[in-house]
Design a protein around this ligand. Sequence first.
Ligand code: ADP
Length: 290
Amino acid sequence: GPQARNFGAAAAFGTAGAATWGLSAQRERATRCEADPAVVGAAVLGTAVGALGGFFYGKSKADAVQEKYATYWPRKIMMVFGAPGAGKGTQGPKIVDMLDIPQLSTGDMLREAVAAGTEIGKKAKDVMASGALVSDDIVIGIIADRIKADDCKNGFILDGFPRTVAQSKALDAMLATTGEAVSLVMAFDVDPAVLEERVCGRWIDKASGRSYHVKFAAPKSMKVGHDGKPIPDTMKDDITGDKLFQRPDDTAEALKKRLDGYKNQTVPILDHYAPRGIVKNIDGGAPIAA
Ligand code: ADP
């Protein structure tokens, strides 16, 4: 009938056709035919606007929830804990990927300061190379600034800090000012006998932090000399081809000092946090370069 043809024509004209219709005609047709394209169009548009409205409403609601959490719930504050070479730097990035919170390594920050030649870097350079600890004041100051940054708003993972009971107490006091506390200490257990081999065979890509090992995870480019040792110029990052480097404190001599420091000054931190039930032991013995 005429209605069907009408419908077909309007559909063919699409919205342009519908838009040229007079208002009265539109109203007239609307009363006669529920399938009128203008009505259908308006209904579809109405649904779309409604959905969009719902979308924006939903989004602002999600924002509000996020804001509520940021304001009232404490941040997730985690700590990776273990001897040099225990696997903190290897496991940490996996947690970073999973939880999307940054890993803050005081060792990395200090190495950056040394490379940049800042005041802190000048003070830390020789102390670090020898395997001894940098003063509490310096590292506490670095961390106090760093955890205020925006990327820490949902939490962060501390790596290499605290390293003395004095540092843990300073950290607790710092967090207490905002009603926060350490939520989890992940303690990597590893057989001390494997540490020297792991640490002394370690080569690192400075830019990415990727670490290799002459025996357990050699770079593809590695060539070994007549003495059985890798030729330094052939040690290159698999991905970028940049030359790898060895940390000045990854020597047997400096490691001995680092392990002593770990045993005497760092392990007592576990006794500090254990009574709160937040220390979790993790097997760091998997045969991969730390
Ligand atoms: P490791 O492989 O020994 O765990 P890091 O990269 O964490 O090494 O640290 C390297 C060096 O940086 C340490 O031996 C020490 O000299 C210095 N350092 C890092 N973090 C701290 C800290 N929290 N307190 C004192 N010194 C630190």
